[in-house]
Design a protein around this ligand. Structure first.
Ligand code: S3P
Length: 185
């Protein structure tokens, strides 16, 4: 298995869990939003404001295509909208073992409400936006994922343990979070 890819809604914990997972397994960590920002020299809200959402979505697809060649043995966190395109879902699955980090609406709302860096949540009622987008996307996340890990009510460590156990079924051996030095993806 080449990589572990974390997908899920904004605020599901992809970046937090991904960074810790990478640190504890001594794998590289890649965040597609960060890579896009670095390559464009612009923050995501500015890309949305100046170029529009479609431009950003094309950047996401183009990056996923390049990652097929240049990303290996990494924990990859992707933007919440990445699995919406059918082409992206196929690219994600061929990039490695896809883990869907899911959480309930209330948990998501708590996590995103103070953060103004997400253009998809701008304007109107935050709750309505979150509800609609979650409903629209749920099926896409499930289609893209090999593994579904619910995060509500679980500690980060519990989530890491579940990812380790579940990815094992897909041939990914992540060495343990307390004892391990060795690693394999
Ligand atoms: C988006 C999620 C964001 C970022 C962009 C669009 C989305 O990433 O890619 O603002 O459409 O859900 P996070 O899921 O890391 O917040």
């Amino acid at each position: 298995m080449k990589n572990i890819i974390l997908i899920g809604f904004m605020g599901a914990g992809k970046t937090t869990i991904g960074k810790l997972l990478a640190k504890e397994t001594e794998l590289a960590f890649v965040d597609t939003d960060e890579r896009i920002e670095q390559e464009q020299g612009q923050k995501i809200p500015d890309i949305f404001a100046q170029e529009g959402e479609l431009y950003f979505r094309d950047l996401e697809t183009e990056l996923l295509q390049r990652m097929q060649e240049d990303t290996y043995g990494s924990v990859v966190s992707v933007g919440g909208g990445m699995p919406v395109r059918e082409q992206n879902r196929a690219l994600l699955r061929s990039l490695g073992c896809v883990v869907y980090l899911s959480a309930g609406k209330q948990t998501i709302l708590e996590r995103v409400k103070k953060d103004g860096s997400r253009p998809m949540l701008e304007g109107g009622s935050l709750e309505e936006r979150v509800e609609r987008l979650m409903r629209e996307r749920e099926g896409y996340y499930r289609q893209a994922a090999h593994i579904d890990v619910r995060t509500d009510g679980r500690s980060i460590r519990q989530v890491l343990q579940i990812i380790s156990q579940e990815t094992r079924k897909y041939g990914v051996v992540l060495q343990q979070f307390h004892d391990g030095k060795s690693k394999q993806v």
